[in-house]
Design a protein around this ligand. Structure first.
Ligand SMILES: Nc1ncnc2c1ncn2[C@@H]1O[C@H](COP(=O)(O)OP(=O)(O)OP(=O)(O)O)[C@@H](O)[C@H]1O
Length: 258
C-alpha cells in the first residue's frame, strides 16, 4: 500500500459536553513514517481529540479514517484489532505478572485462539504460547528491556514501567501507536531514555502520535507538531516552525505551564 495514504485522519471533528464545544471542527492528518506531537495548554482539548481518535469518545460531527477506511462508530477494542493502539498515562500493568507476561497480553489479539487457549496443554496452545513469548521478547529487546523480562513489574522504576507499557502497545506490530503523556512522572534521565526509544521505534509504516506536556521531548522527537488552544488548532508544522510561530509563543510557550 502507498505509505502516503497510510495516515490517521480526522475531518471536521467536533465534540461538545453539555453544549460546550471542546473540539471545534478539527482537520488533522497524522502520517505514517512521522512522529506527530499534539500539544497545547491545559484544557485545550488534547485528551478529548486523543479519545475521539482511539474511539473512547464519539464526536458529534466529523469523520475519522485510517488508510482511507472509516473508523466511525468503532469501539476502542475494534480499533485495536485494526492495529490502532494506545498507551495509558497511568500505567495499567498487572503487578502479579512478570514483565514478559504483561507484554504477552498485548499480543494475544493477534492469535486465533487467544491468550487463554495458549495455556491449554495442546500442541496448538504450546505453539501459540512460544510464538507469543518470542513476540514479547522481541518487543522488549526493541526497547532495551531484554534483561528485565523475568522481573515483576513491582521491581521496576517508573521509567522502565513506561517502556514496558510501550512494549505491550507495540508487541502486536500496530499500524498506529498513540502515546498519552509518555514522559509524565519520569525524571530527566528516564525521559532521555524514553526519547531515544521512541525515536528508534519510528518506521516508515508506523503512525506515531504523542500527546505530551514535556516540550523538550516534543521538540526533540517530533517531525510535525499540532498546537491546540480552546479546541482549535493555532499552528501545525515542524518543531522550528512551531517554535517560531507568534501565536504559539504568545498562547503556549510563553505560559507558565511548561
Ligand atoms: N468527559 C468530560 N465531560 C465534560 N467535560 C469534559 C470531559 N472531558 C473533557 N472535558 C472538557 O473538555 C475541555 C478539554 O479537556 P481535555 O482534557 O481534552 O484538555 P487537555 O488539553 O487534554 O488538558 P490537560 O492538558 O489538562 O490534560 C476541558 O474544558 C474539559 O473540562
Amino acid at each position: 500500500m502507498d505509505i502516503a495514504t497510510n495516515s490517521l485522519k480526522g475531518d471536521g471533528i467536533a465534540l461538545s459536553f453539555g453544549g460546550i464545544e471542546v473540539l471545534k471542527g478539527l482537520d488533522v492528518e497524522f502520517r505514517a513514517g512521522e512522529i506527530s506531537g499534539l500539544i497545547g495548554p491545559n484544557g485545550a482539548g488534547k485528551t478529548s481529540l486523543f479519545n475521539c481518535l482511539t474511539g473512547a469518545y464519539s464526536p458529534q460531527k466529523g469523520t475519522i479514517t485510517y488508510a482511507g477506511e472509516s473508523l466511525d462508530g468503532l469501539s476502542p477494542a475494534a480499533r485495536a484489532s485494526k492495529g490502532i493502539v494506545r498507551s495509558f498515562q497511568h500505567t495499567a500493568l498487572s503487578p502479579d505478572l512478570t514483565v514478559l507476561e504483561n507484554v504477552m497480553i498485548g499480543v494475544a489479539r493477534n492469535y486465533r485462539s487467544g491468550w487463554l487457549h495458549s495455556f491449554l496443554p495442546t500442541r496448538r496452545g504450546r505453539d501459540e504460547m512460544s510464538e507469543m513469548r518470542a513476540d514479547a521478547e522481541r518487543a522488549l529487546a526493541e526497547l532495551g528491556l531484554a534483561g528485565a523480562a523475568d522481573k515483576m513489574t513491582s521491581e521496576l522504576p517508573p521509567g522502565m514501567l513506561r517502556l514496558v507499557e510501550i512494549a505491550r502497545a507495540i508487541v502486536g506490530r500496530p499500524a498506529v501507536l498513540m502515546l498519552d503523556e509518555p514522559a509524565a512522572g519520569l525524571n530527566n534521565l528516564e525521559t532521555r531514555d524514553l526519547m531515544r526509544s521512541l525515536r528508534a521505534l519510528a518506521s516508515p509504516e508506523l503512525v506515531m502520535v504523542v500527546v505530551e506536556h514535556d516540550m523538550d521531548l516534543v521538540m526533540s522527537i517530533c517531525d510535525r507538531i499540532y498546537v491546540l488552544n480552546f479546541g482549535a488548532f493555532v499552528a501545525c508544522g515542524t518543531p522550528d516552525e512551531v517554535r517560531n510561530d507568534e501565536d504559539v509563543v504568545r498562547i503556549y510557550l510563553g505560559s507558565d505551564d511548561d
